[in-house]
Each structure stands twice: as C-alpha cells, then as structure tokens.
Write a protein of this length. Structure first.
Lengths: 121, 385
C-alpha cells in the first residue's frame, strides 16, 4: 500500500487530510511538526511527504531540506497558507529546494489528489 | 531718530515672529477681553492692520477662531501657570486650520493681574507626528491582518476538505435527501469561496512580497478597468494620457486593475452623493527628487508612472483621510462596501515600492495620485528600487 507522511501543525487540517487520503486508499502517517515529521519519515516506506511550510518548532522549509538530505529522491508536496510574506514566497523557496508540487491553502482537492496520484504512481 | 529706531526694532521683531510662527496674547484681569498681538493676528489671518494688536471680547475670540472641539479646554486652560503648555486648533479667517501651541508666561500675579502668553504655529510638526503615528499603526494592522489571514486559511482548508468528502459520500443517501443535501453543500461551498476571496484581499494588503510584479503598460491597465465600470449619467469622465509608447511601470497587473477600479468607484460614489460632477484621470511619467513622505509611503528620487484620479465629490476631513487605507474602514453605508478597496491600493504600492498622495477637503473633492516605479524598457530593468 502507498504510504504518505502528512506534516502540519494544525490538528484539524491533519485529521481532515488523513481521512481524505485514507478514503482514497492510501496509508497515512501524521506528524504535527517538522521534528516529528523527520522522525516518522522512513525512506524505504514513505512514498510521498505532504508538508505545511509555516510551523512552530521546525519550519517547513528546514524540514524539506532535511528530508531531501536523508533521501535525495523523496517526493514532496508543500502547502502554505502564508505568514508575513505571503504563501507565494514560501512556496517559491520550497520549489527551489525540490518540492515537486506546491499548493496554496485552501487547496483545491481535485488538484491535490491529481498531484498525489501522479507522484505516487 | 529715536522713533525711527523703535519702528525698525518693531519691524525686525515682527519679521522674527512671522518666520517662527510666533504670536502673543494678553487676557484682561476679568477674563472678558483678549488682546491679540499683531503677529498673532497675522497668523490667524485676522482682518486687521498688520502693525496693530487688536482687542476682542474673549467669547468672540473663542467662537470665531478656536476649533469647536477644542473651545472647552482653551477656556479651561486660560489660567494655566507659566511653564504649562497646551496645543489647540484654530480656524483662520481664510478657512484653513492650524495647530497652535500656547505657553503662558504670567498667570495674573504680575502685569496688573493680566494673563499673558506666547503661541507658536506647530501645524507642520503635528502633521509629521501624525504621519509617523499613522505609519506605525498601519504596520501593526498589516501584521495582525497577515496573522489572521494565515489562521483563517487553515480553518477554510479543513472546511473545504470536509465539504468535498461529504459530496462524495452522498451516494449512500436516499434520492430525496441527496437533492436537499446537495443544495446545502452548495451553500456551504459558496460561503467558503466567499471567505477565500476575502482572505485573498486581506493578504494583498498585508503582504510585502514582490510576487506577480512585472512590467505593465499603464494605459492598457486603465482601459481594461474602464470597460467594466458603469458611469452614472451625472458623472462626466475625462482621460488625459501623457505617456510615451515605451513607458512601463513595475507592479502586479491584476492588483493594479483592482486598485484603479476601487479608486475610480470611490470617486464616482463621492460625486453621486453630491449630485454628480467630473472625474478627471491623467496618466504621465514624472521624475521626483528627494524623499517626500506622502499619505501612503514615500516618494524617493527616481522616475514614476503616475495615475491621477480627481473627483468633485464630497471630499474628506483629515480624520477620515488618516484612516482611508485601514482595512475594513469605510464611510459607505453598511453592506455597500467591505472597506478593503483602498487597503488593496496600500498593499499594491507597498509591494511595488510606490506611494499614494491624497489631497482632499470636505466639499472640495479628492485627488488621488498613485506613483509606481517606472521601468527602463530598453534594458528591461527597473530604474528605481
């Protein structure tokens, strides 16, 4: 079964995304900040990471860099609701660091599912 | 000879007072008569001989020159001891409003029991303190708005996720339920989209990033906006374009169009409320020198594409003018405006490195001047940062 790691500090967002992805037939691990995300990430089993970018403890950008260092081929979707500089800035950095797809919150779910299917195919 | 010397002295003193914006007054022992010195009369533009002091009944002075909101404390402070200063607004004979700072020098214990004092015109200082306070206030509103927008995005994100899950699961319900539930979900989706649009507008105000900024032809943007604005019959429209073929500005094109539409619509609404008028619009490129703080931002040395929008509407007083760029501030009736129109203009010029200069007076219309950094088209680089 395809395993997806979800990282977002908003519990309600995590629960919703988990239900959404489980319903679509994916196995889902959930982490509530970057540190937890790095711990739960298993290069052999995790097919895709979906991470928020503005988070306490460990920022999403830093998380993306560490995941990439741990496993250069990891597939990443970065999602941002924007902080002081706006979602586009964070997403631009995430793209440069190698996130395959980026989305602005609130996300269009058909598009998100399309990206998940494409990256886990 | 002696007389001539005295006269010269007086003239020198008057000149010094005039350039420093100084004047003096004396209040009679019974507080019924106030003597305004010649320089103070000049400050107030009082209709009097420039070399002579005038005596006025105190009540007449207070009612004629002191701003209505400040009359009570000017009356209360008239016996303040020396060393205590206070500021108040006056209305000059020519209709202008000035800020005066009063310094009592004697409080009745000398000079035959009269109260004497000096006033100084501090209008410019008050205005620049006002601008600084305003800039700080806008900065904190921006950061609050950005924070709220971020939090709301998370809330809307999970709401829209559940809405799309519910839509999918509806297959299991009875056909009748399905119709009704679909209708409800449609309403929820509509509310959700409304909230998303609102958050996008707030983010336009609060963000300072350079995303989406490109070289834009002002005339094209204006023409696109004008196609979608209905002008009432009472409003005449004039457009003057003084741009060269290659002139471009550095801005987010979509936000520019939205901003222009907002300023034009406000102008139309302001004129509609007074029975109509002419809306004049001008596009030009200007070179500015120095560093000039204006209503929103500062104009620094460089070339700017400038959009002037001038209406003959009801105009605004200074208090309103100080607040027009605040998000959710509106002078329109409830339900007629979100109060985000000019907040978007603020966000646009902040992101692009431009500025907005607004001149307005109650009853005399309003003129908006939007300055956007001009691009050097031949090299494809912006000419100013």
């Amino acid at each position: 079964m395809t395993r997806i790691l979800l990282i977002d500090d908003d519990i309600q967002v995590c629960t919703m995304l988990e239900r959404f992805l489980v319903r679509k037939g994916y196995e889902v691990d959930v982490a509530y900040d970057g540190n937890q995300g790095i711990q739960k990430f298993e290069p052999q089993q995790t097919s895709l990471v979906i991470t928020d970018l503005v988070m306490p403890e460990k920022e999403g950008i830093e998380t993306v860099m560490e995941l990439r260092a741990k496993s250069p081929n990891v597939k990443i979707i970065a999602i941002s609701g924007g902080g002081r500089v706006g979602p586009e800035s964070y997403l631009e950095i995430a793209r440069e660091l190698g996130a395959q797809r980026t989305f602005e919150k609130p996300v269009d779910f058909d598009e998100l599912l399309g990206a998940v299917e494409e990256l886990t195919a | 000879m002696q007389e001539q010397l005295v006269k010269n002295e007086q003239q020198m003193l008057a000149l010094a007072c005039q350039s420093a914006g100084l004047g003096s007054w004396r209040l009679s022992r019974d507080a019924k008569v106030i003597t305004l010195s010649a320089p103070l009369c000049m400050l107030l533009k009082a209709d009097a001989d420039p070399d002579t002091a005038i005596d006025l009944p105190y009540d007449e002075f207070n009612n004629k020159y002191v701003h209505p909101e400040d009359r009570w404390f000017v009356r209360e402070y008239q016996f303040e001891p020396p060393g205590h200063k206070y500021s108040f607004r006056v209305r000059c004979t020519d209709g202008t409003e000035r800020w005066l700072e009063a310094f009592p020098v004697s409080n009745g214990t000398s000079l035959n029991g009269t109260v004497t004092g000096v006033v100084q015109d501090v209008t410019e200082r008050v205005a620049s303190e006002d601008d600084m306070r305003n800039a700080r206030k806008m900065e904190s509103i921006r950061s609050i708005a950005g924070g709220i927008a971020h939090e709301f995005n998370n809330i809307l994100y999970s709401m829209s996720g559940y809405i799309s899950l519910m839509k999918e699961m509806l297959g299991d319900a009875t056909p009748l339920d399905t119709i009704e539930l679909n209708e409800y979900i449609g309403e929820m989706e509509y509310s959700n989209r409304r909230a998303v649009r609102l958050i996008k507008k707030i983010q336009t105000f609060s963000h300072s990033g350079k995303q989406g900024i490109s070289q834009v032809k002002l005339e094209e943007a204006v023409n696109k906006v004008l196609q979608n604005i209905p002008f009432p019959q009472t409003v005449t429209f004039k457009l003057a374009v003084n741009l060269s073929e290659n002139d471009r500005v550095y801005v987010n094109a979509m936000i520019l169009q939205e901003s222009l539409a907002n300023v034009i619509s406000n102008g139309i609404a302001a004129m509609d409320s007074v029975g109509g008028g002419t809306l004049e619009m001008e596009l030009d490129t200007v070179f500015e020198e120095g560093n000039r703080p204006v209503t929103c931002g500062s104009i620094r040395t460089g070339y700017y594409g400038r959009v002037t929008i001038k209406d003959e509407g009801c105009g605004m007083d200074r208090n309103t003018l100080n607040r027009i760029f605040e998000p959710f501030f509106t002078t329109k009736q409830a339900g007629q405006g979100t109060g985000l129109g000019l907040a978007i203009v603020y966000g646009m010029v902040n992101a692009a490195g431009g500025a907005v200069e607004v001149h307005s007076q109650p009853g005399n219309g309003t003129r908006f001047r939007i300055y956007l950094p001009a691009c050097n088209v031949t090299t494809g680089e912006e000419t100013i940062q």
